[in-house]
Design a protein around this ligand. Structure first.
Ligand SMILES: Cc1cc2nc3c(=O)[nH]c(=O)nc-3n(C[C@H](O)[C@H](O)[C@H](O)COP(=O)(O)OP(=O)(O)OC[C@H]3O[C@@H](n4cnc5c(N)ncnc54)[C@H](O)[C@@H]3O)c2cc1C
Length: 519
């Protein structure tokens, strides 16, 4: 997947595209995979890098949503549990089964959560990840050696999926490209064009690298801009009422020793009535999240002091060694693309989970939902788009489509497991140049070979792309990531022909960004 090839595909394209997708997060890339694999002619335009928005900033769970079950939304849970199973089937190198323990400190919790989680597993049917069980105090401690013991009565264990969100997104972009989609990052849509009939007939995009402008004609334009969906809608119709009600959620990342377990902790009711997780992720402990309504989305949202305090306090209630502010290795924030309820103007709401909305100009906006259900959301969206644009009817094929890197036992690749079958190519690089096999920082496993792989095959264009979304260095340990930046820039400079000034600018830009993840 090379940007130069994608630019050529765009330049050589004759006539209107079947579908233009705006936004390179889970929603947009999922649509590109679906549309291309049906045989539609699709181009995706992302203003920054794949996953710069919410899709690299999730809790990393592929789940049915125990919370929805509590709210009685059985259909939604069943749909998500099925998608969870399909995702593990199609991307086994990235989705794994994780045990979650609900620790019990009150007598009623074991029967209550025990029954609820039995139902949760039963709803998954053949897509089940494992039966839930009630645990004794000793069994709970064996699974969670660092859990607070005072008042602990036992626990309930259940199983759900875990993944690496940005890695899945990159592999999905590669899948879409292999299916014939054209995907361009650093291509910001700045205008939406209309024909004489007043209906949308394309977009104007700016190459963020060169300033060049492209006019891209389309039979249908899909707005998959997530939390930014309203600003894209207003490019077509400046006065449309807002559809989105964005809210932010933060995560704090600590050393793996705080959890020191292969199981996660699930707290079903925090003091503000939310669900909170402490999860082992890439040998670190990830704790989150919050839910704070915000006025407007930003590409780099910042955690609020009260959000940090809340997570530290809640984690401290459950962990023997309460994490402190100075233990935070990285703090990252995502914005939920939530849809306002009760606005009464939705033309089509296919499920309570995601929303598909047509504006009068014919712009199709698809938003809401969650990572877990991206495939289903893409299927519904492409069905609607094809119908609207009168494209030839073609059936969706993604239920059984393997994601790029598909590998049944990628654990054998150790720290390269998330690359699946691509790990072999990275190992080749390491063998041919042994210095590329040496980790770039003592606290993280990432090597020069991965930097080269990301630059050559995964369309990484900046130091940030490599350290935030090809590797997960920035999200795991922001100081270590900052320290790695000069070497990453030097490796990329040789690949992309950067001069000394560009190299220095890249390091400076990443350093500034990384400071925002350090508390
Ligand atoms: C804190 C948090 C935790 C979550 N945890 C989970 C979880 O554990 N499991 C789960 O299943 N789901 C989870 N979710 C939900 C999930 O992450 C989101 O539903 C999903 O990532 C949304 O993807 P998206 O593509 O719609 O939006 P985004 O990923 O934000 O993508 C939109 C893209 O559009 C681009 N864009 C905007 N304007 C333009 C323009 N003019 N031109 C070109 N491009 C443009 C942006 O740059 C952005 O990359 C979580 C969400 C949050 C906030």
């Amino acid at each position: 997947m090379r940007r130069s090839d994608m630019l050529q595909r765009l330049d050589r394209h004759d006539g209107p595209w079947d579908i233009v997708v705006i936004g390179g997060g889970a929603t947009g890339v999922g649509i590109a995979v679906d549309a291309a694999s049906r045989g539609y002619d699709v181009v995706l335009l992302e203003q920054h890098d794949f996953g710069k928005g919410t899709s690299s900033r999730s809790t990393k769970l592929v789940h049915g949503g125990v919370r929805y079950l509590e709210q009685g939304n059985i259909a939604l849970v069943m749909e998500a549990l099925k998608e969870r199973g399909l995702l593990r089937q199609n991307a086994p190198h990235l989705v794994s089964n994780l045990a979650f323990v609900v620790p019990n400190y009150d007598w009623w919790e074991a029967p209550f959560y025990g029954l609820g989680l039995k139902i949760y597993n039963a709803l998954a049917g053949k897509y089940g990840f494992g039966a839930s069980e009630i645990l004794t105090r000793e069994e709970t401690l064996a699974r969670l050696p660092t859990i607070r013991t005072e008042g602990l009565r036992g626990g309930v264990v259940y199983y759900d999926g875990q993944f690496d969100d940005a890695r899945l997104l990159i592999n999905l972009a590669e899948t879409a490209a292999e299916q014939g989609a054209t995907l361009l990052t650093y291509a910001r849509v700045v205008a939406i064009t209309k024909g004489a009939d007043g209906f949308i007939d394309g977009v104007v995009a700016t190459d963020q690298e060169t300033g060049q402008q492209w006019t891209v004609r389309a039979r249908v334009v899909i707005n998959a801009a997530g939390p930014f969906a309203d600003s894209v809608r207003r490019l077509a119709e400046p006065d449309v009422a807002a559809l989105m009600a964005p809210s932010q959620g933060i995560h704090l990342v600590f050393d793996g020793a705080f959890l020191a377990a292969d199981s996660a902790i699930m707290v079903p009711h925090t003091s503000d009535g939310r669900v909170m997780f402490a999860i082992p992720w890439h040998h670190h402990t990830l704790v989150g999240t919050t839910d704070t309504p915000i006025a407007a989305p930003a590409l780099e949202p910042r955690p609020l002091p009260e959000e940090i305090a809340f997570i530290l306090e809640t984690a401290g209630q459950y962990l023997l060694k309460a994490p402190r502010r100075q233990d935070i290795l990285s703090a990252f924030v995502g914005i939920r693309p939530l849809v306002k309820s009760g606005d009464g103007k939705l033309t089509s709401a296919l499920s309570r989970d995601h929303t598909i909305h047509f504006d009068a100009s014919g712009l199709l906006t698809t938003t809401g939902g969650k990572w877990t259900t991206y495939r289903n959301m893409a299927e519904h969206t492409v069905d609607q788009a094809a119908d609207f644009a009168r494209l030839a009817e073609r059936a969706c094929t993604t239920r059984t489509l393997n994601v790029h890197g598909f590998h049944q036992s990628s654990d054998r690749f150790g720290t390269l497991a998330v690359y699946g079958s691509d790990a072999l190519g990275i190992q080749d690089l390491m063998r041919s140049t042994p210095s590329l096999a040496v980790p770039l920082h003592t606290d993280l496993p990432y090597t020069g070979a991965e930097v080269l792989w990301a630059t050559r095959h995964e369309m990484a264009r900046t130091v940030e792309d490599v350290l935030a979304r090809r590797t997960r260095a920035l999200f795991l340990n922001a100081r270590a990531a900052e320290a790695m930046a000069p070497e990453v820039a030097s490796l990329m400079a040789a690949e992309l022909g950067w001069d000394a000034a560009r190299q220095a600018a890249e390091v400076n830009a990443f350093s500034t960004l990384a400071k925002g993840y350090q508390i």
